[in-house]
Ligand binder design. Structure first.
Ligand SMILES: [Fe+2]
Length: 450
């Protein structure tokens, strides 16, 4: 059941201390956003707070994520800390032929204590097959479809999702047409330290996130640092949205990679809010990860990150610049085909770029931070328009990436109209791996690095 209410009624806290510790971080975050001058957002959408309507031992907030080529990680929360971390599953409804036991975690954040967060990695699983599953031995049955191991394959791409009426609209449009994998380049719940909003977000997205794998990376709204007490941040995000970082040789849940369509597409999730300089663990992992790709067997390489490297909106200007300077040569040298970002609450598609110039061997950059968050849209653009920017519009919506084969993919951006979803931008892209010109040339300093 959904309850609509303004943000201020979300937390029925009882003590002055609790109010202080919950709202001071929020006030600090709001102050930081208020200081971003130069653009005006549309009025924010109303937050939808989604209540828990199952028993304490039954699963809630169920979502799945890819965990290796033939495994899926099932994650859910129970209020009952004695509930078992088991998943039963099979290929027919109600007939569970396999049972896998996993592990669990929980966390505290000031006066908030999370439920028991269960993570169970199930498999091996067959591609393009529907599985029916139950979490913890009780509660409702869920089902999901494994992605295919060959082309074609389709992704839904949504950034800066939040949990507002706009979020609902976007997710409804996503679900109106089938797809295989959901990609989210950061800013999920917009809980911003109000931990019950993480639970609400998990419940809101469960009908969708329990059916198709959600592969996410972190945005600034996942940070939730509080000086001295929680200096490292990402406490809720890492506990709740565990991604396959170990499977990809990463030491951090904040950056990882995975393959889909067999090994036809390599997708890299980078962290805009963890260290990325040339001496950082993320940079070295990225070097190693890119060097392992064989473009003869993996024709497509796609990167997701949060703060865009290219952006002609007046919002968040320059925030991705230091990361771009650190890592752009690596991505371009590896002939990454496409880079998705979020953060800016609008849609923008660029041409192929390297180092601020059109370059037929560089990635196409797309900003897709328009999922439906509570902050509204970033309405103001720099003028005159840069010739590098092919299409830009401040509307809520989502993207769909359909990879047809080894050489061609189709990208489309679907604007949320009142009740319909309308294709407002689309383009065919050809894999850089099919270009003998691009594969024969690399930026000079990169050959030594890869
Ligand atoms: Fe953001």
């Amino acid at each position: 059941m959904e309850i609509r209410c303004p943000r201020t009624c979300l937390l029925p806290l009882t003590t002055a201390a609790a109010v202080f510790f919950f709202f001071v971080p929020q006030i600090l975050i709001q102050f930081a956003y208020a200081s971003e001058k130069g653009y005006t957002r549309q009025p924010p959408g109303r937050i939808i707070f989604t209540k828990h309507d199952r028993s304490e031992s039954e699963p809630q907030q169920v979502h799945i994520s890819l965990a290796g080529s033939d495994h899926m990680r099932v994650t859910w929360v129970t209020e009952d800390h004695k509930a078992h971390s088991i998943v039963e599953y099979g290929t027919a409804p109600g007939q569970y032929t396999t049972m896998i036991r996993g592990n669990h975690t929980s966390y505290t954040y000031f006066f908030y204590s999370s439920g028991k967060i269960h993570h169970v990695k199930i498999g091996p699983l067959e591609p393009a097959t529907t599985y029916y599953y139950r979490c913890g031995g009780s509660g409702p049955e869920f089902s999901f479809k494994m992605p295919p191991s060959t082309f074609p394959i389709e992704f839904a791409v949504v950034g800066d999702l939040g949990q507002t009426e706009w979020t609902n609209s976007t997710l409804k449009h996503v679900e109106s047409k089938d797809y295989d994998v959901f990609l989210l380049p950061g800013d999920l719940s917009y809980a911003d330290s109000q931990q019950p909003l993480w639970d609400s977000f998990g419940r809101l997205v469960e009908p969708i996130a329990s059916r198709r794998p959600w592969m996410v990376t972190e945005g600034n709204h996942e940070i939730e640092i509080f000086p001295i007490i929680y200096p490292h941040g990402f406490k809720a995000y890492n506990a709740r949205w565990r991604m396959p970082y170990e499977e990809s040789g990463s030491e951090s849940n904040l950056y990882y990679s995975f393959d889909v369509a067999g090994d036809g597409i390599h997708i890299i999730m980078l962290g805009s809010y963890t260290k990325f300089g040339s001496d950082s663990a993320q940079y070295k992992w990225l070097q190693h990860d890119l060097a392992k790709i064989d473009r003869k067997t993996t024709p497509w390489v796609i990167v997701l990150l949060h703060a865009p490297w290219y952006n002609t909106n007046t919002a968040h200007q320059g925030e991705g610049e230091s990361m771009r300077k650190a890592m752009e040569e690596l991505l371009c040298g590896a002939r990454v085909d496409l880079v998705f970002a979020g953060h800016v609450h609008a849609y923008e598609r660029f041409t192929r770029i390297y180092d601020n110039e059109a370059d037929s061997c560089g990635p196409v950059y797309v900003t897709i931070g328009d999922g439906g968050n509570r902050e509204g849209l970033a309405m103001s653009y720099k003028e005159p328009a840069s010739p590098l920017s092919m299409f830009r519009e401040a509307s809520f919506g989502h993207g769909r990436l359909r990879v047809l084969n080894h050489t061609h993919m189709h990208w489309s951006w679907h604007r949320n109209n009142e009740t319909n979803s309308v294709v407002a931008d689309e383009v065919w892209l050809e894999s850089l791996s099919a270009s003998s010109t691009c594969m024969g040339q690399q930026p000079s300093s990169l050959k030594d690095e890869l």
